[in-house]
Ligand binder design. Sequence first.
Ligand code: 5AD
Ligand code: SF4
Length: 472
Amino acid sequence: MKKNTPLPPLGAAEQKQYTLAMRAENDRIFEATGKRRGAFIQTFGCQQNEADSEKFAGMCQEMGYAIVTEPADADFIVVNTCAIREHAEKRTLSIVGQYKHLKEKNPALVIAVCGCMMAQEHRQNDIKFRYPYVDFVMGPSSLHRLPQLLCQKLKTGKRIYCPEEAEYTVVEDLPIRRESSYRAWVSVMYGCNNFCSYCIVPYVRGRERSREKDKIVSEVRELVAAGYKDITLLGQNVNSYAKDRTEGYDFADLLAELDTIEGDFVLRFMTSHPKDASRKLIDVMATSRHIAHQFHLPMQSGSDAILSKMNRRYDTEKYLGIVDYMKEKMPDVTVTSDIIVGFPGETEEDFEGTMQMLSRVRFDMLYSFIYSPRKGTPAAEMEQVPKDVTAARFERLLALQKQIGQERNDALVGKTLRVLCDGVSKGNDALYSGRTEGNKIAFFEGDEEDVGKFVNITVERADAFALWGKKV
Ligand code: 5AD
Ligand code: SF4
């Protein structure tokens, strides 16, 4: 998608040099003014982006910035963008538009736009021509270059449009400033090779590359020792973990090894691709001590014709085979999925297929999306479904799932579940909220002592999206 000349790899020592140079400069300013320069990191999109932003924050902190929560307090703003649907891109551009005023007030402010949107040439051009006050842009594979690009910008004063990496690599040992002290993301691999016909991810995040198993195991070990209670392994398609490596282990082996770590913690992973979800993986989960009985398995459509046009490489029979095996081995498993409504060429019959699969599988929760054409992907060139037809189908899908979700949650009333408490509920400050092992939201009367800890609650009532209970 991008035609710029690729950058040569950046060595760890060189990287450190840029960080130290910025640190010296920021320390000097702190000594002179008594105030640390602030960095504001703004994140759009998926969990992978949240994990990447924790690295941006880690690098900023190492460079001597204080992490601030208001853009108006920042001397450096990093916007971490998402390209998955048009809505996300429009929102990002509108926010970047608002930063013009901040730059007018403080011309020394540096604004960087990073992440998936910026791995697309036409989006880099949007920034180039319509947002002239943005200082530099780079795609997600160049994240480790933040100190380098910042130094270069400050030195030359010139705007930078960072080209793609010459080689997609795994950069280890970047500093991470985690948002939570009890929930953590751990990336196990980056990129995607699947090229589902609607999806921009393989174009913007590059080819699959997996971290070494030992690196992941030590990271999880350290997190558990530091008191982390809920650890999610991340990858665009975790089931193909290590297929690009030669050691001969796979994702199930990684999980099995992580499960041997002693401590009171829950392990999860996302996202899985049905074409690669193995029985071995399900067996490891079912017999594990720490792995949550929760599976996010994006189905995308319940029509074999549409699945084929989507280039998903499984059919509904294969999908049901996995779900049935999962339910047999773990009767308490929570199954969630992603569905796209209005994929090009989706007929009424195709959509009915999706509705039937919902009734057959009975998902605990769905993330449903209206198809959004992505420039450069094959599906964007196919014949589109009219917007009103898609909107009507979307409503029907939500209504059916609401009913199923309600029934699934009603079945938990009277049961005692372990919940990791997140703090006072945002919607009702008389209650505390947390997540069950199945990752369902639960509300209960708690106290500050509970935050970041497991509490047991007996479920008293439920709606389609959450549970309410009493502490036991
Ligand atoms: N339009 C709508 N939804 C999409 N997704 C990915 N690409 C698109 C698109 N172009 C959805 C898929 C995926 C989830 C993360 O986002 O359902 O699983
Ligand atoms: Fe996109 Fe498909 Fe890769 Fe998921 S598996 S990131 S939907 S291309």
